[in-house]
Structures are given as C-alpha cells and as structure tokens.
Design a protein around this ligand. Structure first.
Ligand code: ATP
Length: 624
C-alpha cells in the first residue's frame, strides 16, 4: 500500500475511512464493472441535451423571422419544431434516467455485497476495538446514503453536467462574447468551492456522531438488565444526551454550510442573463448578431439554472454520499488484515503485513506454532506491555498447558497465537507462516481459539455448521455433530433444517457449545487454543462439554490456558507465565522436581483442592 492510499486516520480503535483517492479508485472500479450501462447513460444524456438546444435556437429564429416580416405559416412551422424537439428531449431524457437508475442499482448491489463480504472478513479484534455501533452505522445509514446517491443523484448529476456543457457550448457558438457572459457565474463557483472544502470533513463528522450515538444506544440496549440492576440509567441517559448534542452540533454545521451556499448561488444565476442582454444589445446595435441570437443566448443562459440547480441540490447528497462511501470503503482497509493495522510496525519496525506470499514460508509441518520475541500492549491499555518477549515453540500434536498467576498474560498470549491480535514486536508463525501473512480464512483453517463464548446464529442447524465449511454435505455435518456428542440434534423435528433461535429450537449452554465445537471439527484446524472453554459452565454442563471437547482435541496441537491445574498435570509440557514472560517450561514431573514457581503453584492447588467427585476423575484432562 502506497502512502497516498493509506486510509484517513480514524479515532483510536475506530474503523478507518478511505482516503479521497481510494474512494475515487473504488468508484472507478464500480464504473468499470458496468461500463456498457454507464456509456449508454452518457450517450442518451448527450442526445437529450442536444435535443434540448433546439427550443432556444428556434425561438431566436422565430424572433428573426417576425422581424424580417415572415408570415404566420413560417412561425407555425418553427413552433411545431420546438414542440417536436421538446418531446424528443423528454423521451431521450427519460431513457437516460432509466439507464442511470439501472446502473445505480447494479452498482449499489455491488457496494452492498462488497460491504457484507468485508464485514464478515474483519478480524474479531478489529470489531472488538471499533465497537459494533460503528460497523452497524456503516452497514445501515452509510450504505443507505450511498444507495440514495447512486440511485438518484448519479443519474441526475450526469444529465445535468451534459446539459450544462451543451448549453454553454451553444451560447458560445452564437457569439463568443455572449458565451463569455457565462463568466458571471464565477461567484457561484467561489461559493461552491468554499462549500466543498468544508463539506467533506463536516459530513464525516456528522457520520461519526451518528455512529457514536448508534453504538451507545446499542450497548445500552444490549446491557439493559445490567443498567437496571446497577442503577446506571441516569449516567447512560446523560451519555446519550451528550451524543445527541454532538450529533446536533455536527448537523448544524452542515446546515450552516448549505445556508450560505444557496442564496449566493441563486443571485449568481441572474448575472449571466443580464450580461447577455447588455452585451447582446451592444452587439446587435453594431450589427454583429441578430436580435434572435440575443434572445436565444439569454434563454440558453437562463436555462443554465436548471442543470446547475440540480448539481447544487445534489452536491449536498453527493458530499454526504461520498463521505458515506469513504466510510463503507474504509472497512476494506481492515478486512483481511488479521487485525494488523496497515500502519502498525512489524517485527522489524517495517510495515505490519509482510509482502512475502504465505506459500514461500510453508515449509514447517502443519500444527507447529512458534512465538519469537513477542511483545504486546493493548491499544490504549494503561498497564503498558502485557507480553514482554515471549519465546515458545509447540510441536505438532503436542499438548501444552499455559499456567500462571492472574493477569500474567496467558489469555493475551492465546489471542496472539490464534492471530486475533497482532504482536507489537516479534512474530507468531503457524506451520512456519507468519500469521500476519495469512488471510483470515486461511488462518482459521490452521488455528482456532475456543473460548466459553459460543454464538448461535439465526438460521438452521445446517446454516450454523456450514459457516465453518460452506461445502460440507449433510453426512459431514452429521459426523461433526456426532463427534462432539450432540445426539440431541438427530432428534430435532426437521433435522439439520431445524431453525434455531426465537421461534425455533433454543439450544441450551452445552448444546450451543457443542454446535460451536462441531464447527471447529468441520473447520479442522491443526492447532487449537483453549481459553476457559468450560470454566463458567455448571458442573453437569461442563462434563458434557468436556466430553465433546476431548473428541475435538484428538490429533491436533493443543495449547490450553489452564486456570485449574489438573488440566496441566497430564499435558505433554507446561509453560509458566509470569508478568508477560515464560519463566518455566517442561513436563509436569520435571517442573515439580525443579521446585520452582510451578511446583509452588502445584503444591498450593493440590493442598487446597477437595477430593474429586466420583464421576469426575482428576486425571481426565479434557482441556489438554
Ligand atoms: N482488552 C484489554 N484491554 C486492556 N488491557 C487488557 C485487556 N485484556 C486484558 N488486559 C490486561 O492485560 C493483562 C493480562 O491479561 P490476561 O487476561 O492476558 O491475563 P491472564 O493471565 O489470562 O489472567 P487470568 O488468568 O486472570 O485470565 C492484565 O493486566 C489485564 O488487565
């Protein structure tokens, strides 16, 4: 990515905004995708504008005919031609608008599809940082604004531009001095320049304020129960009032810009007509032009106000649409980055995403994962570096337990190993390939992070499973469900076609987790990172889930953040994390014998742990 293409800076954590150049290139791509429809629209516009010139020119001929003593029959003929020209202009103009709307609708469909694809490809860390409000506002308000622009403004504007060019050309043909009267519009030009300079940032601010408000309202609605229980209603309402106030201020700013622009423009329209009448009178007196030519010029210049009005009226929509398009296109800059900001420093201080193709590195076996000199600090995190030079190699098929005191950085390391976050310095490689070089989809085929968060999407059981493997047939889906012990799925009324969620079948916590694990089986990653996959489940649910988990772990490299040490006991190796570093690494027996930090943790845990219930033997390390 070149410097000029770097998206406009966004507030910390927010999704970026496409630079004007990027937005122009994206618009160019939309036109190229449908260049025939675009060219047809322009051709019809040109023909309609040409037909529109007949009226004023014929009016001038009528004036000259009458002055020269021509009869009523000649005037009638010219009048009939005016009617025919106007009818032709109407028909061609209608055709041009139809072609424009068709082009606009198709371009809009492409923008919408592209946005959905990119939004789905966004790394989860990016969505977490930006908040769903921003993404939702871009997918709704901004896409709707782009829709209005493409569907209505683009055809109207193209008609208006062609009309204005033809009108100006026609006056200049009558006499260059009459054409020069159009310079009276210069005041209008200054006003538009003044407006356009200020409009983009003003409309971007307005969009950002709407996003902020949407995010705040969505978060309050999602946490309504917590807000109620903790008595947070007043503070949330105050925050919403502030966001509404910010939104109002940004809207007032754009309103002010419009309130200056329109009066100046209205006045400017009268200047060229008045100038044409004065200059035309002088030219006529000098015998340079006919009276009819002066009338034609005045009418043509007067007609300029129609396309210019359209341009100005649509200029606001174009500005709002361009700002919205930049926000919609900005999502492209983050999609496919594995959470790496394009401007984030890479391991050597260079760009975050290495240019080398993944295949060039893919020499290490699948299932091997390595961290080299990994350092990380949360963006905006007050505590500074959370990881301070982690070195770790996990062999294919190995089971490693990550233990250590609370806050040592275990979960953070898990997120970095899974590619959810990118290291600030150092590298994480899976199968020998830096995670930064892998597109999100390819990364997910190599490594998956399993946490206690398991989302069930609205749709059928089949839809929920095929998210992980779009091409999987029903037999593969049944096999994945069976592998995680989801026998209940076979008894569902419509089998894999059963709708899940409100109005359909509502899976409980363990069933949701099993669906999510079945997705992992289908995605078939070589490496699994487990973080609190069962920690908050009740014991009965946890037992069912752990059984399912044990089936998923078979044959894969597993790194388990072990919050309970019995999971560490049977791991192949144990890594102890303290203050962002790995301080001990070895087998359970070796570390106990070494009598270091792990031995102390083990003794403490072992001494305090009550005897396990009979149906839950301690030696079964389901997470590892
Ligand atoms: N999203 C975040 N933003 C800022 N700081 C964070 C974030 N998540 C974690 N931290 C901080 O990073 C440090 C390490 O947290 P992490 O959750 O990785 O530790 P951990 O060893 O997994 O702890 P635990 O066993 O309690 O889960 C802590 O100081 C924590 O407060």
């Amino acid at each position: 990515m070149t410097t000029a293409q770097v998206p406009a800076p966004a507030p910390d954590g927010a999704l970026p905004i496409a630079s004007p150049r990027e937005a122009r290139r994206a618009a160019g791509r939309l036109i190229r995708c449908d260049r025939r429809a675009f060219a047809l629209m322009l051709r019809l516009n040109a023909l309609a504008a040409g037909a529109g010139l007949a009226g004023p020119w014929l009016l001038g001929r009528i004036v000259d005919t009458v002055r020269d003593g021509g009869g009523a029959a000649a005037v009638d003929r010219l009048t009939l031609l005016i009617v025919a020209g106007t009818a032709l202009q109407l028909l061609l103009g209608r055709g041009a608008r139809y072609a424009g709307h068709r082009f606009g609708e198709r371009a809009l469909a492409r923008v919408r599809e592209g946005f959905v694809d990119r939004a789905l490809a966004l790394p989860s860390a990016v969505v977490e940082r930006a908040g769903t409000g921003d993404l939702t506002a871009r997918g709704t308000t901004d896409v709707a604004s782009v829709a209005g622009t493409l569907r209505d403004a683009t055809p109207e504007v193209s008609v208006a531009v062609v009309q204005a060019v033809f009108l100006l050309g026609a006056v200049a043909v009558l006499h260059p001095l009459l054409g020069a009267c159009a310079l009276g519009l210069v005041g209008c030009g200054f006003a538009v320049r003044w407006y356009l300079r200020r409009a983009r940032p003003a409309y971007l601010d307005e969009g950002a304020a709407v996003s902020e408000l949407a995010g705040l309202l969505a978060a309050t609605a999602a946490g309504a129960r917590t807000v109620d229980l903790l008595g947070l209603a007043d503070s949330r309402a105050a925050a919403a009032r502030e966001a509404v106030e910010r939104s109002r201020r940004t809207r007032l700013r754009t309103l002010f810009l419009r309130s200056v622009l329109f009066p100046v423009v209205d006045f400017s329209y009268t200047v060229p007509v008045a100038a044409a009448l004065v200059a035309g009178g002088a030219l006529h007196d000098a015998g340079v032009v006919s009276l009819g030519a002066v009338v034609s010029a005045a009418v043509l210049l007067g007609q300029l106000s129609t396309p210019l009005d359209t341009l100005l009226f649509r200029a606001e929509q174009l500005q709002a649409g361009a700002a919205a398009f930049a926000r919609v296109e900005g999502v492209a800059a983050e999609a496919g980055t594995n959470g790496h900001r394009p401007d984030a420093p890479g391991p050597d201080g260079g760009p975050g995403a290495p240019a080398t193709a993944p295949s060039a590195h893919a020499t290490a076996p699948r299932g091997r994962i390595e961290a080299r000199g990994v350092r990380y600090a949360y963006p905006g995190g007050a505590g500074g570096e959370v990881l301070r030079g982690v070195e770790l190699t996990v062999r294919p098929g190995e089971r490693l337990a990550l233990v250590g005191p609370s806050g040592a950085g275990k979960s953070t390391l898990g997120r970095l190993l899974a590619g959810v976050e990118a290291p600030g310095a150092g590298t994480v490689t899976v199968g020998g390939v830096p995670v930064a070089a892998l597109p999100p989809r390819a990364l997910r085929r190599q490594v998956a992070l399993v946490t206690q968060e398991h989302h069930v999407f609205l749709g059928t059981v089949r839809d929920n499973l095929r998210i992980a493997a779009p091409d999987a047939d029903d037999a593969a889906l049944h096999a994945a469900l069976a592998a995680v012990g989801a026998e209940w799925a076979a008894a569902l009324p419509s089998g894999l076609g059963t709708e899940l969620g409100p109005g359909g079948f509502r899976p409980d916590g363990a069933q949701s987790q099993q669906l999510s694990l079945a997705r992992v089986v289908l995605a078939d990653p070589g490496i699994l990172i487990l973080d609190e996959a069962t920690a908050l489940l009740d014991p009965r649910t946890a037992r069912r889930t752990e059984r399912a988990l044990a089936a998923v772990l078979a044959g894969r490299t597993v790194i388990a953040v072990a919050h309970r040490l019995h999971t560490a006991h049977d791991a192949d190796r144990v890594a102890v994390m303290e203050a962002g570093r790995i301080t001990e690494l070895g087998t359970h027996d070796a570390l106990v014998a070494a009598d270091g930090a792990y031995a102390a943790l083990w003794r403490t845990w072992h001494g305090e742990t009550p005897a396990p219930p009979p149906d839950r033997p301690p030696e079964r390390p389901a997470e590892v």
